[in-house]
Design a protein. Structure first.
Length: 116
């Protein structure tokens, strides 16, 4: 079993920045991919960015050029640097992990509010 804990959400003004972090823990597991999804009020959950153990990083078109996903080699963490934030980025952001057996795990989410 894998546990995911997010941190770093909060209130920020339009044009501001926030950095989200997610730490994975649990019994021995391998990581196939980690990433972030978000769900705005009244909308479906959507992919924000993913970073696989091997392969290319993927971003939603709406965040390209503003958000950067990263992982430290050998660490079970994933960060999301969010710049030039817009009100439409307001959402609950969820950390997501797919392990080596293709099991999906989700964090409880962290709220990001972009408002003046």
């Amino acid at each position: 079993q894998v546990q995911l804990v997010e941190s770093g959400g909060g209130l920020v003004q339009p044009g501001g920045s926030l950095r989200l972090s997610c730490a994975a823990s649990g019994s021995a597991f391998s990581i196939y991919t980690m990433g972030w999804h978000r769900q705005a009020p009244g909308k479906q959950r959507e992919l924000v960015a993913t970073i696989p153990r091997r392969g290319s990083i993927n971003y939603a078109d709406s965040v390209k050029g503003r958000f950067t996903i990263s992982r430290q080699n050998g660490e079970n963490t994933v960060d999301l640097q969010m710049n030039s934030l817009k009100p439409e980025d307001t959402a609950v952001y969820y950390c997501h992990l797919i392990d080596g057996t293709y099991m999906n795990y989700w964090g409880k989410g962290t709220l990001v509010t972009v408002s003046s």
